[in-house]
Design a protein around this ligand. Structure first.
Ligand SMILES: C[S@@+](CC[C@H](N)C(=O)[O-])C[C@H]1O[C@@H](n2cnc3c(N)ncnc32)[C@H](O)[C@@H]1O
Ligand code: SF4
Length: 395
């Protein structure tokens, strides 16, 4: 009988018997205005966008990366930002055609594009669809004009509603992003946002607790925010209303109707691979003997120059074997259904002993539940998720 490849591996080294599914992330880094809470790599647009040059740079970046993903099929594409809907459908079409010409996409490959209300014309969403986008993710945040103004959004509630109507008309599936625990928001205001959102029957809803990120305008000048007790009541309300509307909470912040879970994000949470193209994009790529993380040049002008010269990657490092248990759990424990324990070995090349003693402790404390081959966070584990994840920090 053939011996398991794991038998021959030095403790801590990586030996993968198969590579994980591969996704593609493409970052488009411009917005109309920088929101005061946002720490994503997004830059206020100054004049015309250098769309053609940026797409040229993305294609050069992809060309240079091809040897690292040779022969692999792409499960999903996510065009995120920034505000990708600022790009013309023609540019998105050129980008997707270049991707299809160089990488085989799985049949039924999910292709998501992030869109902001107020950055589109009536025909624009349909043109994105014609370019090959299969799923739109609309960043609404709230429908309340005063709340939107307090968080510095460029659009109002009416534009958010119009964008959703168009998304629903143009796409078979779409996502709606909301945030809660907004400055000045109370339970009743959140209930109104939820009712309005659910009236659009979104196949997928992402609802994020507004976080004050370092080095943002809100970090320097914090607005008054709901306290932790109110935020926790708000989350209860979210779970109750979305559940009653037929959406299942399958991840901390993600709610979906059957058949509409986000394949791209599920791949992150299953510790799959992703090639990240574009300014500041992050990637994770597995090879039989190592797992590599990459970051591209962050500033858009520098990124374009470097990518066009075939050197888009600013930083690349092999993930230490001792970091893999935590990195895997940081993702997998976000899933309400948890994961099959065998997946840990498949993705990290390590035996289950690498998860001990944390796994035993989490089960003992009742933060994790074991169901046959699977483990999943309990209700209590979900409430203390970051403490649960931190149990798996080693090294
Ligand atoms: C990177 S943004 C891009 C989407 C789009 N530009 C927009 O803002 O609508 C993706 C989502 O992250 C969420 N987000 C961004 N900053 C956040 C923060 N500080 N706290 C919580 N959620 C945040 C918002 O819901 C947003 O729709
Ligand atoms: S529109 Fe989205 S990506 Fe742009 S600054 Fe605002 S939150 Fe960030």
């Amino acid at each position: 009988m053939a011996e398991s490849p794991l038998r021959f591996v030095k403790p801590g080294a990586v030996a993968l018997s198969a590579l994980p599914p591969l996704a593609l992330y493409v970052h488009l880094p411009w917005c109309l205005r920088k929101c005061p809470y946002c720490d994503f790599n997004s830059h206020e647009r100054a004049g015309e966008l250098p769309e053609a040059r940026y797409v040229d740079a993305l294609i050069a970046d992809l060309e240079a990366a091809l040897p690292q993903v040779w022969g692999r099929r792409v499960l999903s594409v996510f065009i995120g930002g920034g505000t990708p809907s600022l790009f013309s459908p023609e540019s998105v079409d050129r980008l997707l055609a270049a991707v299809r010409a160089r990488l085989p996409l799985e049949a039924g490959c999910e292709v998501t594009l992030e869109a902001n209300p107020g950055t589109f014309e009536r025909e624009r969403f349909r043109a994105f669809r014609a370019a090959g986008v299969t799923r739109l993710s609309v960043g609404v945040q709230s429908f309340d004009d005063a709340a939107l103004q307090r968080i510095g959004r460029v659009h109002g509630g009416a534009q958010a509603r119009a964008a959703l109507e168009e998304a629903a008309a143009a796409f078979d599936t779409f996502n709606l992003d909301l945030m809660y625990a907004l400055p000045g928001q109370d339970r009743a205001a959140l209930a109104r946002d939820l009712d309005t959102a659910l009236a659009f029957r979104p196949p997928h809803l992402s609802i994020y607790h507004l976080t004050i990120e370092p080095n943002t305008r809100f970090a320097n000048d914090p607005p008054p925010l709901p306290d932790d007790d109110l935020a926790s009541e708000m989350l209860d309300l979210i779970v109750e209303r979305t559940g009653a509307a037929g959406l299942q909470r399958y991840e901390v912040s993600a709610f979906a109707r059957p058949g509409h879970r986000c394949a791209h994000n599920l791949n992150y949470w299953h510790f799959g691979d992703y090639l990240g193209l574009g300014a500041g994009a992050h990637g994770k790529l597995s090879f039989p003997d190592r797992i590599v993380r990459q970051v591209r040049w962050r500033e858009p002008a520098a990124y374009m120059e470097k990518a066009l010269a075939g050197a888009a990657v600013s930083n690349e490092n092999v993930v230490a074997a001792s970091d893999l248990p935590f990195e895997f759990m940081l993702n997998a424990l976000r899933l309400a259904e948890g994961f099959d324990l065998a997946l840990f070995g498949e993705r990290t090349g390590q035996g289950l002993q690498a998860l001990e003693p944390a796994l035993g402790t989490a089960l003992e404390r009742g933060w994790l539940l074991r169901e046959g081959p699977r483990v999943k966070p309990s209700a209590k584990g979900y409430d203390f998720l970051s403490r649960l994840q931190q149990l798996f920090i080693t090294g």
